[in-house]
Ligand binder design. Sequence first.
Ligand code: MG
Length: 329
Amino acid sequence: MDINITELQLKDPFKIARRATDASRQVVSIEIDGGIGETAPARFYGETVETVSMALKTIAPALPDNLDAIHDVMEDVETTLGGNYAAKSAIDMALHDRLGKKLGVPLYQLWGLNPHKTPCTSFTIGLDELEVMAEKTRRAEAYPILKVKLGTPRDIEIIQKLRDVTDKPIYVDANTAWAPKEAVRKIRELARYGVELVEQPTKPNDLAGLKFVREHSELPIIADESVKRTSNIPALAGCVDGINIKLVKCGGLLEARRMIHVARAHDLLVMIGCMIESSIGITAAAHLTPLVDYADLDGHLLIANDPYTGVTLDEGKLILPKRPGIGVA
Ligand code: MG
């Protein structure tokens, strides 16, 4: 297994509610028998490029001979190594890419999905001075849906300001910053400005808080930090309207597909999201989007030095590459 760490430079400094501003982000990419995978570990979930590299080095010699049986391989990996879901996601991704290439089919075809059923992705506007956020919104002309990071004392002011420059649909992400009653009050105001959904208004483990917000709000509430893997989903049913699935949280494409089906069984909406990643991670996730309601796959659009090309956009709609595997070049 080849392991590489890449420093992705951000086009603009990026800030969300709970974190200082970032100018760059590190990702780990790997190659297993011609298949490539990538992961963008998040400190919030207890992983860094160092923990990922260590985990990968532990797993590499323990991989079984039959890499085609991805279910079996990932079960073995789970037995060898607890936690480390970002690391597992890179392995799972490389195995899917490898299998697609071996069979000569793109991932969506491997799964029997219709590539024309992809949604439009939203484009993220990070926290900044009001004027800067307005300017970024103007520059986001090419993207038909915006996702605005909130979780500040001036949230309503931000949306008012952005409404001066755009009438596009807006998703809002509070990244756990609000108290439940504050969330209800703010969401009532946000709904008046044409906001379409709200992501993770309150603390990750406060399911009662999420339920309170949902019961007192007219906008769909989507859990992100509250949901990592399939096992989290049943408890969230009735507390939120939907979940945001990310490969680095759940451990890969296999688990992400499992999550989509379990979420549907609980009548939940499904969003596929991302971290700041290159076209490898974003394109892998994009292959799942024919199965979901919302896509927030813009991580590669925020970086200046994407080493790959893969999924492209047509007026915001995700266009999947037809090359075998993940299909990046
Ligand atoms: Mg989020």
